[in-house]
Unconditional design. Structure first.
Length: 160
């Protein structure tokens, strides 16, 4: 399947709200699809933004990190959560690029949405030792009541 057909088929599944098919097709995306996925991050459709992040989690490279990190401020909580998990997956392939964004990810421990706070904690934990300093900053410098338990739990579980 060529790049254009692969992305067209993926978007058709996303737009039809057929999540199982979209998930299957997301696993077929490659680095050749990054430009199209990055363009989808600006879509007015929250489904397209969410699935763009899912695709980038699977095939994105370090150069996609700044655009993914910008979605941490998305108006939709599910997109913010997807951006956090995408950063964690990108960290596995390009830790240096993601480490520079971990302070922004740690700020999500103060999100108004409890799901986003939980996902932020899990995503930071997936980043291992690189997340210790951002987590410690939240733990010792912030006063947000929802952030402290998440940061403390992740610091305690972080590999040493």
């Amino acid at each position: 399947m060529n790049d254009n057909t692969r992305m067209t088929t993926f978007l058709a599944a996303v737009d039809a709200d057929v999540d199982e098919r979209a998930e299957q097709l997301a696993f077929q995306l490659t680095a050749d699809d990054e430009v199209a996925l990055l363009a989808l991050l600006a879509s007015p459709s929250l489904d397209r933004r969410w699935w763009a992040l899912r695709g980038l989690a699977l095939c994105g490279a370090a150069r996609t990190v700044p655009a993914v990190a910008d979605r941490l401020a998305d108006v939709d909580s599910s997109v913010r959560a997807a951006a956090l998990l995408t950063l964690a997956h990108l960290h596995q392939r390009g830790p240096a690029a993601v480490t520079a964004q971990l302070d922004r990810a740690a700020e999500c421990l103060k999100d108004d949405d409890g799901m986003v706070r939980q996902v932020a904690a899990e995503a930071l934990a997936m980043c291992g030792d690189d997340a210790v300093q951002p987590l410690a900053s939240i733990l010792f410098q912030q006063t947000h009541e929802g952030a402290h338990p998440q940061a403390a739990a992740r610091c305690a579980k972080s590999p040493r």
